[in-house]
Ligand binder design. Structure first.
Ligand code: ADP
Ligand code: MG
Length: 451
């Protein structure tokens, strides 16, 4: 990875602002799925051990710039405290004298979590004043919030202009795993794409068509491809205005020698609900009153067969309405098969909230090579886009150039990867930030427009 990480930073005794993505599901005041919290523990543990004062900051849900009591971070702080067996007090607000006092009282190795950043509209607006206040809390900035790296917000982009900015260990792992897919996948390389809307996935398919050997399509989004092939799909979810895109994708795949596998038979249901009437039909002429809700047996066999020898897989999007157990068979079969492939040494990367939920429900998450904590962020990365929250992090100086004469003179903190860097000399807070070019910042702002 070409970004400096928290291992390169001098953090002993320093105040370190760590942007985490603790946007987790909460019900009845309890965290329902703590995987995003667990994923950030290595970075937090490293900082605590190095004697840093750790200031954690996250958003939760969509409070739209107002205080929403059900979106307070207290349950998250409690869960993290259980996981790391340390106190994790949460401030009443991300701003204010009370918070400033609490942060001033922190001792090395202590942790404080700021209240939900999105209670302030300035967070999502990337307001410079708000970013400056957050920056004033700390000496060093660490971004471990991969799931939010595709957003140019005050805590992901603005703050990084004012502090030396490093990638957290989770951020590093996400970027390393995902870049490997784009740069050096072991072949055959397959992408499996499903989920509801094809419009969300067109850009990623376009980019992956230049990389993969095999493209497996299922779920609601495959219906638009069936339309493109002249099939009828009844009442099934589809986006008729994307049929042209689907046709173009199929043509490009053929030109690039990418094999495309679409469902050949499907489960159709009277309604997309539990307990409804359903049956299997060929994916040719679905009568007007039926919805496609899952892969049929033949499709499953065809897909498992096509995937049998792959060495690299990226999967995003369930292959049916997996929330309803009768329509989860295709998704479950592919998940089991990928777990086996991973067991046999293949690289299996899964991204997307619902796909990950489907895998977790089957207890297969730990079998996969990498489960991305970022749905939208992982797709944007694989679209080939630069994530604004990544752009602003400090670059690692390229290793030993053969031509010593032409070294650029921009000062940067320790360029060499140094795992045992806790002993490294202090880095000034100004120089690294000054190395960021306005162009990079502009590019970041541009990429951020997508919601
Ligand atoms: P992810 O969160 O993994 O990126 P998406 O959000 O794109 O996945 O899509 C997940 C949703 O797609 C699920 O709610 C699932 O019910 C829905 N879905 C999958 N197949 C179908 C289908 N055939 N018809 C309607 N919805 C579907
Ligand atoms: Mg989803």
């Amino acid at each position: 990875m070409d970004k400096l990480t928290v291992r390169d930073a001098d953090v002993a005794g320093k105040r370190v602002f760590v942007r985490v993505d603790f946007n987790v599901p909460i019900a009845d005041g309890k965290v329902q799925d703590d995987s995003r919290i667990r994923a950030a523990v290595p970075t937090i543990a490293l900082l605590v051990q190095a004697g840093a004062r750790v200031i954690l900051a996250s958003h939760l849900g969509r409070p739209n710039g107002k205080v929403v009591d059900s979106l307070r971070l207290r349950p998250v702080g409690q869960r993290l405290a259980e996981l790391i067996r340390r106190n994790v007090p949460v401030t009443g607000d991300a701003l204010g004298v009370g918070t400033e006092d609490a942060l001033k009282r922190m001792r090395p190795g202590e942790i404080v979590m700021l209240e939900n950043l999105r209670f302030h509209p300035e967070e999502e607006a990337n307001d410079p004043g708000f970013a400056a206040t957050l920056a004033s809390y700390a000496d060093v900035y660490v971004n471990d919030a991969f799931g939010t790296a595709h957003r140019a917000h005050a805590s992901t982009v603005g703050i990084a202009d004012q502090l030396p900015a490093y990638a957290g260990l989770l951020m590093e792992r996400e970027l390393t795993m995902l870049s490997k897919l784009l740069e050096a996948p072991e072949r055959p390389f397959a992408a499996i794409l499903g989920g509801a809307k094809v419009s969300d996935k067109i850009a990623v398919i376009d980019n992956l068509l230049t990389k993969v050997d095999l493209l497996v399509l299922g779920g609601g989004m495959a219906n638009t491809f069936l339309l493109a092939k002249g099939k009828t799909i009844g009442k099934s979810l589809a986006e008729p205005d994307r049929v042209e895109d689907a046709r173009r994708i199929l043509a490009t795949a053929e030109k690039n020698g990418v094999r495309v596998v679409l469902p050949v038979d499907v489960i159709v249901a009277k309604e997309v609900t539990r307990g409804t009437e359903y049956k299997t039909l060929l994916a040719e002429k679905i009568p007007a009153s039926w919805h496609i809700v899952d892969l049929g047996k033949q499709s499953q066999e065809l897909m498992l067969d096509a995937l049998a020898d792959v060495n690299t897989v990226f999967w995003n999007g369930p292959l049916g309405v997996f929330e309803i157990p009768s329509f989860a068979h295709g998704t479950n079969a592919v998940a089991r098969m990928l777990a086996d492939r991973a067991d046999q040494g293949a690289t299996v990367v899964v991204g997307g909230g619902d796909s990950v939920a489907a895998i977790t429900r089957q207890g297969l998450a730990s079998k996969m090579t990498h489960i991305s904590t970022g749905g939208g962020a992982s797709l944007e990365f694989l679209e080939g886009r630069v994530l604004p929250g990544v752009t602003v992090l400090l670059d690692r100086e390229p290793a030993e150039q053969p031509k010593p004469a032409a070294t650029k003179s921009t000062p940067k903190p320790a360029a060499k990867k140094a795992a045992a860097s806790a002993t490294k000399k202090p880095t000034t807070t100004k120089t690294p930030a000054a190395t960021k070019t306005p162009a990079a910042t502009k590019a970041a702002a541009k990429t951020a427009s997508r919601k």
